[in-house]
Design a protein around this ligand. Structure first.
Ligand SMILES: C[S@@+](CC[C@H](N)C(=O)[O-])C[C@H]1O[C@@H](n2cnc3c(N)ncnc32)[C@H](O)[C@@H]1O
Length: 331
């Protein structure tokens, strides 16, 4: 190998990338990061805390050191700052359930070659189907990514001090926006439009948070359910635009503009591409998931959102990083 040749390490790591998904999913399943958060530990101690074999624990820990999520020092393991922030269970921003969910998606990659050839899903598209069991698993797992975005949006909109506000959350999933916003503002009320089984999950979670009496659910398909006219101060469309095509997004944004009072704000959160398609990394990769699972979805550029929102009648459109997504506020 010439002195100037790049190392094959990066390519080897990517070719074996599915192992990272598997190791993270299994580590999350066995609460390894949560056990390490109790204090750094040897492989035997992790095995004891997680009730798994010592050989299995050692293998998981070696692989986690390889991912950079766990550090080792003199045979004792501890979480890195990243693992501590995002992989310990029972914290609002924890991605542990997302790691478990992604492991269950690995088999679907077998279809990717055919899907790329056709430009269409080969299995029934999951995102367009009402009452698909896919949603129940995803809405609770994705809430950890929506939590920082909802918190940032509340700050940008000054929601805590806004007095009586009326909120519409289209495809609200676990109700994460309503939960955070109704807790922050005791005079706010929220309506969530989603499929019935998903609304049932959101209702249970919001009642547990003590804000259920200010939370109303409408069961139905947002493509065909009327959003009303001039009755909301804030509307939310979070992690939905990527499952829809351009025409559908313009159509929904137009109806959301109509549903808002004058001066009302639409909050969109999604994995949004830079206009030159050079990043962000996660948004670039996520389009493959929409190719696999939806007829018209993808990840869209900032310029696309700007154009669609302008077509829908919004005038003041701003973009705010909310990793791994981007928040758009349109008035
Ligand atoms: C990826 S989840 C996002 C959940 C939530 N907005 C968030 O950001 O955490 C998509 C949500 O949209 C809902 N959904 C998708 N298509 C829908 C449709 N046609 N009508 C009503 N809800 C829909 C799903 O049930 C799910 O709750």
């Amino acid at each position: 190998m010439k002195a100037s040749s790049p190392s094959p390490d990066g390519v080897m790591r990517l070719i074996n990338g599915y192992w990272a998904t598997g190791i993270l999913g299994v580590a999350a399943h066995n609460r390894v990061f949560t056990h390490l958060e109790e204090g750094c530990a040897t492989a035997a101690e992790v095995a004891g805390r997680a009730e798994i074999s010592e050989r299995g624990a050692q293998t998981l820990l070696d692989a986690l050191v390889s991912t950079g999520l766990v550090d080792v020092c003199e045979g004792r393991y501890r979480n890195t700052a990243e693992a501590s922030a995002y992989l310990v269970e029972d914290r609002p921003a924890s991605l542990a359930s997302f790691a478990r969910l992604k492991m269950t998606h690995m088999a679907s990659l077998a279809d990717l070659g055919e899907v790329v050839r056709l430009g269409q899903p080969v299995a029934s598209p999951v995102v367009e189907v009402a009452n698909n069991p896919h949603w129940e698993a995803i809405v609770t797992a994705i809430a950890a990514q929506s939590h920082p975005a909802a918190t940032l949006a509340a700050d940008l909109l000054g929601l805590a001090a806004a007095g009586e506000v009326s909120i519409l959350d289209v495809g609200g999933g676990s109700g994460v926006y309503s939960g955070i916003w109704l807790e922050a503002n005791p005079r706010a009320r929220s309506v969530q439009l989603d499929w019935q089984p998903i609304n049932a999950i959101a209702r249970r979670l919001l009642e547990a948070r003590g804000v259920g009496e200010r939370f109303t659910c409408v069961d139905g398909d947002f493509h065909t359910t009327d959003f009303g006219s001039g009755q909301y101060d804030v509307a939310v469309y979070s992690h939905i635009a990527h499952q829809e095509g351009p025409d559908s997004n313009v159509e929904v944004f137009t109806r959301l503009r109509k549903a808002l009072r004058p001066g009302g704000a639409l909050v969109v959160n999604d994995y949004i591409l830079d206009d030159d398609r050079a990043g962000p990394a996660f948004a670039l990769m996520f389009a493959a998931e929409m190719l696999l699972k939806s007829k018209h979805g993808g990840t869209w550029r900032r310029a696309d959102y700007h154009r669609w929102l302008t077509q829908a009648g919004f005038e003041d459109i701003t973009f705010h990083p909310a990793p791994p997504g981007t928040l758009v506020i349109a008035r």
